[in-house]
Design a protein around this ligand. Structure first.
Ligand SMILES: [Zn+2]
Ligand SMILES: [Zn+2]
Length: 114
């Protein structure tokens, strides 16, 4: 069941991918763990930290952390689902560039996408 992997009371961990910020990395798009609020980067990003978090934690449902996107993805069923409203903010700051974060994105970033 997806419901046990969604906690609407938990705020996001921050404004950027936890592991990328810790290591000086960068991301294309951000995903939010619907269970613990961990912010990780998408599968097109070099780090793929959202999927890594889901694999290591068993938290199988993520929600987009991009402005204007409210879809959820369930790794256990490999499918999108409709989920409830989560604790705000629902996306990263609009001032944050894509890819991000500012200052860490290489000039030839498109060559590094997965
Ligand atoms: Zn990352
Ligand atoms: Zn989590």
């Amino acid at each position: 069941m997806a419901d046990e992997h969604i906690d609407t009371t938990v705020p996001p961990s921050g404004t950027g991918c936890v592991e990328c910020l810790a290591s000086g990395g960068w991301w294309l798009h951000l995903r939010r763990c619907a269970q613990c609020g961990h912010i990780g980067c998408c599968d097109n990003s070099p780090g793929q930290h959202a999927t890594a978090h889901a694999t290591s934690s068993g938290h199988t449902v993520i929600r987009s952390f991009e402005p204007g996107e409210d879809w959820f993805w369930d790794y256990s069923t490999q499918s999108y689902l409709d989920g409830p409203a989560l604790t705000p903010p629902g996306h990263h700051p609009l001032t944050q560039p894509v890819p991000g974060p500012q200052g860490s994105v290489p000039r030839d970033w498109e060559r590094h996408l997965r």
